[in-house]
Design a protein around this ligand. Sequence first.
Ligand code: HEC
Ligand code: HEC
Length: 258
Amino acid sequence: MNFIRQPLALLILGLGGAVSHAADPVPPAHAVDPVHPAIAATKAMDGKAIFQAVCAHCHGANGEGKIELKTPSIAGMPSWYVTTQFANFREGRRGQNAADPQPFMMAGIAKALQPEQVKAVITHVEKMPVVVPTGKDREMAGTDPKEGMQLFQERCMECHRYNASGEMAFGSPPLTGRQAWYLEEQLKRFKSGKRGAIKNDVNGAKMVQMTSLFIEDEQMLRNVVAYIMTLNPEPANEPSKQAVEGSPFKDDVRTVER
Ligand code: HEC
Ligand code: HEC
C-alpha cells in the first residue's frame, strides 16, 4: 500500500487499509486535514470528553464548524438526526466513496468510535448551544431570498416546518444553525445523487427526489438557501436587514424553535 497517498486522518485511525480498495481513487493527502494522533483513539466514555478529544478538532471547540475543512456546524443538532447520520456513515449510506473526502473522513470517525461512545457524544452535541451563522457562513451573494421563500413555502416547509426547525416525525433536520455553504453543498449532493441515492437510505431518498423535481438550477438552489439563512436569529452584532416581506419572521423576535 502506498502510505503517502493515504488520507492522513485515516492512517492515524488505522483505517486506511480497511476502507480503501485498490481501484478506488484516493484523495490527495492535502484534501484531508492532518488529524491529531489522539483523535478517535480516545477511550473516553464521557460525551464532553469525547467531543473535545475527537470532534472539536474538525467541528470546532463550540461545534460551530470550519469553512476551511468544510465541516458543518453541529452544536445543538437533535440527537435523533445525529443518530441517523452516524448510522448512515457507519453503514455506508454516506461517506462510502474515498474520492469524496468530506463525508469519507466523517465516516472514518463514525466507524472508529464504540457504540457507547457514539451515544454519549450525541447526547452532548444536542445540549451544546446552537451557533448562529455569521459572516462568510451566512452571506449568499447574488441571490433573491424572496424567490427562495416561495420555493421554501411550496416545497420544503411541509417537512422542515415553516421556520426550518425540522420535524422528527419526517426525519427532516433543522436547517437553521447550519452554514449557508454547507446547505448549498448538501443540496448539490442530493441533486447529483452523491448523497441519498444508496439503497435503504429512505430519508436521503426524499431529498434526492425533492432536489431533482423542484430545484431546477443553481440560482434556485442558492435562493432557497439564502431564504433559510433569514430564518436564523440575527447575529448579535450585525444590523437587522434580513427580513423578507411575507416571511413568518418579518415582525417577530427570532428564536430557534426546537
Ligand atoms: C476528521 C474531521 C472530522 C472529525 C474528527 C469529525 N467530523 Fe463530523 N464531519 C466532518 C465532515 C467533513 C463532515 C461533512 C460531511 C459531508 O459534507 O457530507 C462531517 C459531518 C458530520 C455530521 C453530519 C451533519 C449533517 O448536517 O448531516 C455530524 C452529525 C457529525 N459530523 C458529527 C461529528 C461528531 C459528533 C464528531 C465527534 C465524534 C465528529 N463529527 C468528528 C469531519 C469530521
Ligand atoms: C418529504 C419531506 C422533505 C421535503 C419536502 C424536503 N426535505 Fe429536506 N430533508 C428531508 C429529510 C428526511 C432529510 C434528512 C436526510 C438524511 O437523513 O440524510 C432532509 C435533509 C435536508 C438537508 C440536509 C441537511 C443537513 O444538515 O445535512 C437540506 C439542506 C434540506 N433537506 C433542504 C431542503 C429544501 C431546501 C427543501 C425544499 C426544496 C427540502 N429540504 C424539502 C425531508 C424533506
